[in-house]
Structure formats: C-alpha cells, structure tokens
Design a protein around this ligand. Sequence first.
Ligand code: FMN
Ligand code: EPS
Length: 406
Amino acid sequence: MLRWLTAGESHGPELIAIIEGLPSGIPVTLHDIRTDLARRKLGYGRGARMKFEEDEVTVSGGVVHGFTLGSPVAIRVGNTEWPKWTEVMNSEPIENYVPSAGRGAALTRPRPGHADLVGMQKYAFDEARPILERASARETAARVALGAVARQFLGALDITLVSHTLAIGPVRVPEGSALPTPADVDLLDADPLRCFDPETSALMVAEVDDAQKEGDTLGGVVEVLAYGLPPGLGSHVHWDRRLDSQLAGALMGIQAIKGVEVGDGFLTTTRRGSQAHDELFEIDGEIERSSDKAGGTEGGMSTGTVLRVRAGMKPIATIPHALRTVDVATGGAAAAHHQRSDVCAVPAAGVVAEAMVALVLANAVQEKFGGDSITETRRNLDSYLAAIPDALRTGSASVGEPVEQP
Ligand SMILES: Cc1cc2nc3c(=O)[nH]c(=O)nc-3n(C[C@H](O)[C@H](O)[C@H](O)COP(=O)(O)O)c2cc1C
Ligand SMILES: C=C(O[C@@H]1CC(C(=O)O)=C[C@@H](OP(=O)(O)O)[C@H]1O)C(=O)O
C-alpha cells in the first residue's frame, strides 16, 4: 500500500510531501518533478501569483543518483512568496505581535464558496487567515510533485497518462471529439486552456476574457485518460477496494471539484441498456470491446482499455465583483474579501487531476503486483498477464479507436 501526505500553508516557507511504499529502481529526477509543477502553473485566466511565484523543488530523501531507493520519497517545494510573510506566518511566537494593517489584517468578511466561515466555526478562529492558508489550492503543488513520482513508477510499467480540458463554463468540446493520447501532452500544454480542440479553445479564451471583464470567475470540466493499464486493478469485492470509488474520492479531494464521472458518466443514465454498454466480441483469438462508454472500469476493476475519468470544477469563489457576506467582527452586511485570484483555474486542475489519478493507479498497481524493486513489480505484472488463459485474453482496443467488428 502507498501512503502519502502533504503539509504546508499557502504563504508559509514551503510545502512538504512524502510518499512511502514505492519500490526501488524507479527513475526520478528533479527535472521530472519540475516539469509537472511547471505544467500546473499553465492556463489562461490564472491570477498574478502564478507569474511571480516560483516552485523551488528539492528532494530530501528516497532518491539517489536519479533512482528511488525503496525508502520514503520526501519532496520540498519552497514558496518564493515567503519573505513577504515571515511575520504573519512565522511558526514562532513574536513578542508583542500586533498584526499589521496589510498582510496581517484580520479577514473577517468570509467568502461564500470558500472554506472561510465553516473553517472559523470548526477550528475556533475569529478570522479566516488560519483557514484559507491551508484550504488554498497552493497545496496542490505538493500533490503534483508526488504525482510526478507516481507517474514515473507507472511509466516504468508502460502506463501513461494525459489530461485535457473538456469545458470552461458553458463552452464545451463537442461530444465525440477526438481524444488525446500521452503523445499529445506538449500540444495540450501549448494550448491556452489545455483543450484538444482548437476551435473550442478559441471560444474558451473569449469566455475567460468576458468573465474577467465582468469581474467574474469560471469553472469547467477536465478529463484524465490512462493508457496501458492491465485488467484487474481494484476489486468488486468491497466498496473501498473499487478502483472507481478510489478515483472518485481522489478527484473530489481536489479543491473546488464538485462532480466526478467515470466514462460517459451521467450521459449513460440517459441511454437504454442496449445502448449503454460496451459489447464483447472475438477477433483473432482475443476478446475486444465494441466501444469504451464505461471508461475502462467494470465492477470496480480496470478492464485493460483506456481509463477515462472526468472532474467538474465550480467557479472560483474569490470574485472581484464580490459576493454578499457578513462581517463577523461587526455582524453587519459586507462584501466578501478579495485581493487577487484566478479567473479560471480549470487547466491547472487538469494537471492536479492527472497527479491524483497517477497516485490512485500507482497504489492499485502496487497493491496487486507488489515488489520491492521495479524489476520485481514488472516481473509480477508480466507473469500475471501471461497467466491469463487464452479463452479470457482481451485485446488492446483503445478509446476513440474501436476495433473493427466482424
Ligand atoms: C488549481 C486551483 C486553483 C485555485 N485558485 C483559486 C483562487 O485563486 N481563488 C479561489 O477563491 N479559489 C481557488 N481555488 C478553489 C479553492 O481552493 C476552493 O474553492 C476552496 O478551497 C474551497 O473548497 P471547495 O470549493 O472544495 O468547497 C482553486 C482551486 C484549484 C484546484
Ligand atoms: C498559489 C496557488 O493558487 C492559489 C489558490 C487559491 C485558493 O484559494 O485556492 C488562491 C490564490 O492564492 P492567493 O489568494 O494568494 O492569490 C491562488 O493563487 C497555486 O496554485 O500555486
């Protein structure tokens, strides 16, 4: 089993991430981690902070000369904003500390849609700073760093991932459009919204511009695809062992994600049974599926076709055209606090979703195949695949490229 944790506040000195349970021999370099962190900062509509804050990455344990040791991998992501926050966010008591009017000012006008109010109630604070610091999606940098390591593990087993943006607000890629493969990552990262359909991307840019002009914000939908999975990750035998339940939990665990779909998801509910499922047929001695409406899982297990999961992000809650709230210092009506924020962070959420899917899949792989070295994991995977009887062997039909049916 993999275990992983993150720590650190948005304006603290650094984020810390640790993952335990990976085998030795996985190739991991700072470059791999930095590449994914840089991808997380992409996207049209992100706020000013993305432009000036750098992710300062160091690996503090678990990797030597570019390969994992099998010990916990520890990663530090420094916040370069820290020098401005040393007083407000210092871990040590400061004698006669009086919060300054600027950064230290009490945030008593909680933002509807953010963690401010309920966090203050639950953790007994009279202002929102101690809550928003950890609720902030700055923390997703730590997850993406761990996801980069998980991705290297999966890559060593020929399992690869890609994500793309399906919708920004009401602007959506037409149903049935071509799906990207991992070979398209550079193309996607070069697109302002990480959208695979150039025409829709242009409409999305216009939508972001319009929202920004109106002092408003946007949400959207991202999709993660994983190629090269073996059949049988996860299990039907217990709810918490289902791969789809683990994926849904992981994706819902990303800030602002309010809905998850596996495969065609809610669209499937509108179809009759005869149209809703992926039929099986035999070709050249292997079983193939006629389509991939299910998105690569059946009975909570990977089917061996391409995994396809979607996450829906609500619009950013910190809105220039500030929402109505109550000033908890006075009890009076007020406008929610707003200094700066993203207009739209959907492309970044796609990269975070990739990381979460990579972590879930890495755990499922390690649970099924084990291994203390990557060679042992690979051997276990290969012998499992080789032992599947001929009569049960499935082919490699992939999303978007259904095998020609006889
Ligand atoms: C990549 C990313 C960037 C985000 N940027 C902002 C932001 O700039 N301002 C904001 O209010 N919320 C932002 N959010 C969303 C908040 O973190 C989130 O709404 C908040 O923590 C409350 O959690 P909930 O929406 O799940 O209830 C972002 C989320 C993600 C995934
Ligand atoms: C810092 C990041 O995202 C932040 C997530 C976030 C929020 O409320 O979630 C609010 C913003 O921070 P601030 O209020 O300081 O401008 C974003 O910039 C990041 O993704 O690295």
